[in-house]
Write a protein that binds this ligand. Sequence first.
Ligand SMILES: C[S@@+](CC[C@H](N)C(=O)[O-])C[C@H]1O[C@@H](n2cnc3c(N)ncnc32)[C@H](O)[C@@H]1O
Length: 342
Amino acid sequence: MMSNPDFSDRFREALDSEDSLVEAAVSRDPVTTFAESVARGLGAARKSLDCRFLYDAEGSRLFEEITAQPEYYPTRTEAEILERHAGEIHAMTGPVTLVELGSGYSVKTEHLLSAYAGDDARYVPVDVSAGALRAAEQSIGDSFPEVNFTGIRGTYASAFRVLRELSPQMLVFLGSTIGNFEAHERRAFWHDVQAHLPLGDWFLLGADLVKDRDTLLAAYDDAAGVTAHFTKNYFARMNRELDSGVDLGSVEHRAVWNDSLDRIEIYAEFTSAQAIRVAPLGRSFDVGEGERIRVEVSQKFRLPELTEELERFGLEARSSFTDDRGWFGLLLLQRVREHASS
Ligand SMILES: C[S@@+](CC[C@H](N)C(=O)[O-])C[C@H]1O[C@@H](n2cnc3c(N)ncnc32)[C@H](O)[C@@H]1O
């Protein structure tokens, strides 16, 4: 994907001005990017879709609704850990810029900002969802008017390009969003972090941990059906932006625990056969009755293995925090050296 060559300049200008949102615009039409991603996924032997595109304005809103469901323990648990340990984290890092990847509505981040706000803190949230960034700007502006807010609407990759400008910093990646990556994508992501985060800078990572299957399955299939709605919204977006012609009534949400890979897999299962169009590319893909399209994975972690994996990328754990039930982990890491094999 080609990136806009002057994004770094515009970002630098925004830091010195009153601009609160910078578009890391790509020079390509976003609908074409979406269309190509969908066509790639539906053309594969095992059909899947890139979960990044779950987050249009409606998807971001639905995700916030999911986080409030009684079965969805990750948000509440991580928030509790952040609230309890934000002071300690601040004491370890000292005053730093907070750069948050996939920040969404930044609700939990407010616990961190409570600890950092006294430092005339700068907060740089990064998200593909403009709606989420605007909601975050509003609520952080109300609660922490002293915090300097400069949001980036763009992908993680766009943020990596400007990390050098923001040192000393703590890169923040919450919500176990890292679990949405396949293992090879996760390792590529650690590689990017170590390649772009200056030595000595900090990395705060939230990771959901392996636990009993019923608790996990309930979290991804809430009784109120909000997660099911979130899955369906992917196809509503395809209908709107790609003229896909999917019969939304035939899309069923399925959450499955994959025991051998320690992950939840979310599928859309079709109750009737469909020809799914990707109109901007003039293509169409057949989906059979009962066929499943994977829309998301959510890897669950074991802290010792995760810590060891990060260590191999020069990201050393300085502290690790969990809740009383050991359901969710928060790792405070520091970048200490080059990746041995890079
Ligand atoms: C699982 S939600 C987590 C939101 C929030 N951090 C939390 O913990 O509640 C993932 C967020 O990452 C954003 N996102 C997904 N893929 C992204 C990408 N490639 N680049 C930037 N943001 C992305 C989504 O828009 C969404 O707001």
